[in-house]
Design a protein. Structure first.
Length: 137
């Protein structure tokens, strides 16, 4: 599963988690998130990856393809950390890992579609997600 991190999605998730903990999430909190996004130069995708070994994420890569250009992430947060057990552990998939892939926002042409490609041990095991920037909130 993958999601694009936008101000809208982050505000919605922060509001949800605040409500879940009976905390207040204010308009000022939402404005702070919007202000933070205006200052960053990365486009972030959250990817929840699954595997059968605790260190399965060490062999993963995530790239963004737009036309003939392939962009490597500036960073993949969580890549070299141990994964968590799934509810099906020890059966497959036994582990899951939240990864955040950050791409240079200045290289991306938001008027064109793209593909986010999740690579597990090379091209032979990959998943491609279509990215339509016109639908970003």
């Amino acid at each position: 599963m993958t999601t694009l991190v936008t101000p809208y999605s982050l505000i919605a998730s922060e509001a949800y988690f605040a409500a879940d903990e009976y905390k207040e999430f204010t308009l000022a909190d939402a404005k702070d998130i919007t202000k933070m996004f205006a200052q960053i130069d990365v486009l972030s995708f959250r990817v929840i990856a699954f595997g059968d070994d605790i260190d399965f994420a060490n062999s993963l890569n995530i790239v963004l393809k737009q036309g003939s250009k392939i962009y490597q992430p500036l960073e993949i947060v969580g890549l070299n950390e141990s994964a968590d057990h799934t509810s099906s552990w020890p059966d497959s998939p036994a582990y899951k890992k939240l990864l955040i892939a950050d791409f240079d926002i200045n290289k991306i042409d938001f008027s064109k579609p793209a593909e986010l490609i999740y690579l597990y041990t090379g091209k032979e095991f990959s998943v491609t997600y279509k990215v339509d920037f016109s639908k970003i909130k």
